[in-house]
Design a protein around this ligand. Structure first.
Ligand code: TGC
Ligand code: FAD
Length: 390
């Protein structure tokens, strides 16, 4: 199915894209069809991250697409970044996670808040995938409310001593560096670059997930870890710093969810045209047409939403609340489409012969991480009313 993938474009949204956008979409799409789609189900079934894809993700420019080329990024615009996330997530949300964590949660904070020395040391290697990073904000007792975090550090000469724990961290089991958010003695949040191999730093893997099985998730544990002060990101402190990173990643997810929805829609459409019951293809039945028509409607609305958000991001005008609206809407949209598409396939829909069930399970993580569905609603509620209901 993926080899001949064409995305639904009911409103001719392609007219809104540049030739460069379309080229990026085509090359990313081809890579996904060649390198991800044929192997991803097997890796998901055995709950293993396909680590051989890291080098290829670097080669197609999926690490830091919008980071300037002087730091090894591709220097592309925000719509290009979104299109790449759409295409990669069409393959699998876990592979998009790897790309968006590296880009928006590791390279972005180093680029925006890092010293020149940090940028030169880490960004070019992160862009190729020679080194991989992860992002530690969530703690066992502080998920939706990261400002309550207890991870902390104390000054000791040229170093700080870091203590605490993070959980649910994508890519932590194999990451070479972690961007860790922790409080100083004044309870102010800072970002620190913690390197694998530092004494007292461990990254145990989280097992038994039913979702994002082809992505590696784990903890970050800091037991008196001595981190050089030169590894603190100097450019910004406070909760606003990690939230700026999240804005960038949440924007990418709004596009990624469209990729999942397109894949589910295309699979359901093709199956419904081929599957005959009661003497006719099920596509000829009104109940199945209703599902397909509503899928196409929701995909079209989401495409326009993310494209306009990308324009606003290109102009540096996108607000956090606008990003919350798009992440929340598009992931929910993709979940509903995955559920309906699964039903169109009947019993076949639950097998690994098709991508739908894997997508559906992955979306249970996507709707939870980077701010839950509820939290994004509360962000919008706050924006509309001026009343914080967290
Ligand atoms: P609040 O008092 O509202 O704000 C604290 C400070 O931050 C500022 N701020 C922002 N700055 C930049 N961008 C944003 N989006 C911002 N939102 C708020 C704000 O102005 C304030 O600044 P200042 O100077 O006054 O201190 O904060 P709060 O404690 O009430 O919490 C707000 C809330 C709930 C919206 C926020 O904490 C939140 O978004 N919670 C959800 C947590 C979350 O999204 N975690 C994600 C963890 S990372 C992850 O899931 C990666 S998954 C990776 C993958 O595999 O793809
Ligand atoms: P909680 O915050 O405990 O929420 C539980 C429920 O309560 C949710 O339904 C929530 O919406 C609701 N709730 C919370 N507060 C309110 C409120 N004020 N009003 C109403 N309802 C509320 N984190 C990282 O830092 N880095 C990563 O790389 C990362 N990767 C992840 C990968 C996976 C596979 C998963 C599942 C999570 C990942 N996370 C990561 C963590 C993720 O961001 C958190 O799971 C998420 O922010 C929610 O936190 P929580 O799980 O502690 O849920």
């Amino acid at each position: 199915m993926s080899e001949n993938f064409t995305s639904p474009d009911f409103y001719n949204i392609d007219e809104l894209l540049s030739e460069e956008h379309k080229l990026i979409r085509e090359s990313t799409r081809q890579w996904v069809s060649k390198s991800v789609s044929p192997i991803i189900e097997e890796y998901a079934q055995k709950a293993e991250f396909p680590s051989h894809l890291i080098k290829e993700l670097g080669e197609i420019g999926a690490f830091g697409p919008y980071i300037p080329d002087k730091y090894g990024g591709a220097g592309l615009d925000q719509i290009s970044y979104g299109i790449m996330m759409q295409e990669i997530e069409r393959g699998d949300s876990g592979i998009r996670s790897t790309s968006s964590v590296q880009s928006s949660l590791v390279m972005y904070p180093i680029w925006k808040f890092g010293s020149d020395e940090q940028k030169e040391k880490y960004l070019p290697k992160l862009a190729t995938g020679e080194i991989m990073g992860c992002f530690g904000l969530t703690e066992p007792d502080h998920g939706s409310n990261p400002s309550g975090m207890i991870s902390n550090f104390k000054s000791d000469g040229d170093d700080v001593i870091l203590n605490g724990a993070k959980m649910w961290i994508s890519n932590s089991p194999f990451a070479d560096i972690a961007i860790v958010w922790a409080k100083d003695k004044n309870k102010r949040i800072h970002g620190l670059i913690v390197e694998r191999g530092m004494d007292g730093f461990t990254t145990p893997e989280t097992h038994n997930k039913w979702s994002l099985r082809a992505s590696s998730t784990g903890e970050l544990i800091f037991n008196n870890v001595r981190v050089p002060k030169k590894n603190i990101l100097p450019g910004k402190s406070g909760l606003g710093a990690p939230l700026m990173c999240l804005d960038s990643a949440r924007y990418g997810i709004s596009w990624g969810a469209i990729g999942v929805a397109m894949d589910c829609y295309n699979t359901a459409l093709k199956y419904s045209l081929e599957r005959v019951q009661f003497g006719k293809p099920i596509a000829a039945k009104q109940l199945q047409q209703k599902k397909l028509a509503e899928m196409l409607t929701e995909i079209t609305k989401a495409q326009l939403l993310s494209w306009k958000l990308g324009k606003l991001k290109n102009e540096d005008k996108a607000t956090s609340a606008q990003i919350s609206l798009a992440k929340r809407n598009n992931v929910d949209m993709a979940m509903n489409i995955a559920r309906d598409a699964r039903q169109v396939l009947g019993g076949m829909g639950i097998t690994g012969d098709f991508s739908i069930m894997r997508h559906m399970m992955n979306l249970e993580s996507v709707i939870t991480y980077e701010g839950t569905h509820d939290i994004h609603l509360l962000i919008l509620g706050n924006e509309i009313t001026g009343h914080n209901a967290f």
